[in-house]
Structure formats: C-alpha cells, structure tokens
Ligand binder design. Sequence first.
Ligand SMILES: [Zn+2]
Length: 452
Amino acid sequence: MRNLAVSSLAGLVAVISTAQLKAQSAPPVTLVKAGRLLDPRTGNVLAPAAVLIEGDKIKQVGAPSQVSAPVGSRMIDLGSATLLPGLIDSHTHLFLDVIVPPEAEIRRHENGTFAPGLLMTIVESPTKRALVGAQLAREDLESGITTVRNLGHSGIDGDTELRDAINAGRALGPRILASGRKLITRGEYVQNLNPALADGILQQEFLLIDGTDRARQSVRQNEFQNVDVIKVSADENLTVPELAAIVDEAHRAHLRVAVHAIDANSIQTAIDAGADSIEHGNQVTEEQLKQMKTKGIFLVLTPTFYGGFFLKITESSIVMSSAMHAEEVASAARRNERYAQLVQRVLKSGVKFAAGSDMCWFYPGKTRGQASTATFLNLHQAEMPALDVIRAITVNAAEVLSWQDRIGGVEPGKFADLIAVAGDPLADITELERVDFVMKGGQVVRNELSSH
Ligand SMILES: [Zn+2]
C-alpha cells in the first residue's frame, strides 16, 4: 500500500487511481453450459450442467436453473457435450522428442533405440531444445492436458523455465510441475561415453548420486532451480540409505519424491526408503503392492509400450528388416500380456494409482498431445474400466501431484481447467482423443463446439 498521508492531493489521486484500477481489473465472469458434466471422483453425471467461473477459478457448479450469472457475464453454450476436468499427465518428458533411429544404428549402440536421440538432444543447442519443449507443451494443452508433471530430461532448467514462462503468459501450455534434473546412479541411460567428455555431457541432464552426501546435495541443487518435485531413478546401484537421504532432504523442503523403478529390487528400495510415488512399477510383486497400499505410496502406471504402441511408432518412423519386424511384433505381444496382468493386479490390490504417458518419442502424424492421450487409453485396452482410466488422469493424478485442492475436479475453488467432448467418455473412452473444448484457468484454449 502507498502512504496516503504524504500530501492530501497526491493521496486523493492515489485513491482514485487505485479504485479505477480495481474496477478495470474485476475478474471476468463466464458461464459454461453443457448437456452433461462428469465427476470422476463419484462417477456421477450432472445433466444438464452449468459452471460459473470467476477469474481463473470455478465459483459454482450445478443445474443451469440453480446457477445464475451476473449481467454482462460471458456465456459459452457447449450444447449436448460432456464436460470433464482438464486432464493431468503425471509423468511426461516435454523436452525429449526422440526419433526412432534406423535399424543398423539401433543395433550398434547400447540402449540403441533411445540413447542416440537422447545424446543429440543433450549436446545440441539448449535453445533449440527449449523451443521444442514449448511446442510440445502447447500441443499437450490443445489436446486437453491442462497439467503435467515433467519428470526429468529437460536439461538443467528447461522445465522450471518453461513453467515460469507459461505462468507469466509468455508461452502457451499446461500447468507444469517441474523436477529439474533427474537423480541417477552412474551407469544408467548412456553407457560407454568417452571418459574425457562424459561428465560434461551427463551433468547437463542428470545429478549423479554417489553416497548419501551427494544424494542430499543433489536435492539441494534442484531446490536452487526451484523445482516442484524430485525425480530419482532407482536401479541395483541405488542403496536404501541414499534414497532415504534424498527423501528426507526433499520432504524437508516440502517436495515429493517420484522414483522410477521397474524391477522388484528397485521397487523394494523405493518402498523401504519412503518414496511418495513409484513410476512404472512393471515387476511389482503382490507383497509389494500390499506394502505400497499400507504406506500410501502411489503407483504411476505408464502404459506407453502397451497395445503395440511402440511398434506403431517404429513402423511409422523407420524401414525394418522382416527379422526386426517379427521381433517387435513378438515383444509387443509379450508386453501386452504382462501389462494386462499388471493392470488387473493393481486394480485388485486397492493400491492408489494414477497414469502418465511417459511420452518422449516423436510419433509421425500425431501431435504430442494426441500421442500422450493415446497412451492413457491403452489402460482401457488392458481392461481398466473407463471411469478408472479417467480417474487415473484427473482426480487420482491431482493427489499424486499433491494439488488435489487446485485441480482434478470441476468443483468450486478449483482452477477452471475444463475440457469437453461431444459424446459420452464412459461409453466410449476414445472420446478423449477428440477433445473439442479446452479451458485453462478460465481462458478458452480451443472451442470447436460453439461460437462464443
Ligand atoms: Zn519417464
């Protein structure tokens, strides 16, 4: 506040201009009407529905007869469409867009499908990388993904800076929870690098854990970049004391810890060290599911390799020999069987779960948003009921992000992040691939359902 006692005239001018400013900046009010509104938490459908929005927040939700908008409000009528909360991708990589390399190159390198693309991304221009990240973020938003948790692979500050640029209105994209650099042990992701260059390259992308002191320091380095979450990759080299030190340091700064863990040993390390979420979790045992349920640890499913998805990306990217094609078809079938079992076991166990696209691949013919949404729907192919799929990318995801007070539902007090689809997503989950209306924080991003 300004000190108004300095001079009466100056004071009066200050009061008037403050009042004028207030009148000019009164938050805009919008009334959105639609045939149906799905509440993912309860599964209830309100039909017809009206949502009153003031500024960037939802003020009131109810039947149109019960929700009245003040004179001069903007009105958006979406006809018979179904409204849902904006989608949340709990695990993505906006700064990686790996093109599947040719077969000979895949065979020549360790981790040959992923590593060449990752290395080029790290050693090329950080500006180029930032601009690709901005494009992929915009594409996610246009498909209805209004919040993402970006878990690594964004250089030193790509995701924290893009988050801030979006929040400041300099770029268009979803809300971002940024992890900064991924904490890893030596020996993951890219092996066999020239020792004279390796450290410089790896430090652009990762913080190396080597003992509990380095583990704590890594968290603090990320805190300095103002991250929202800590991402750790667990493998056989990571010890429980190292991960426990990370969790302790992160929790002291009120940051949650997301742990990439695929095999049963790594999953046990994550459970024993007190991780907040386990990412992927493909080989989780029954006993581990019980422990996770007891401790309230979330499982973030990433069905990226389910439903022949990776085969589709590869087929549309490169020419394969018949031998490689046969290998890919066989491994897709194996993955499908294992993943369907995992999904059923998770549903039965009662463990808390959400879903992430883990998208880091260039998918010819699809935007990043379209590719990410398609991976969510793989869960339904693995026989997860449609309502549970929707929960995994709305209400449950909000809880993983610890943002359940802000997003994940169309409820008063939450951000006005809304999407609409023409049909009924509970009857046909692929409706989510055809999102026709996107609003983020009360601002319309896309509207193909009505003139407004
Ligand atoms: Zn990932």
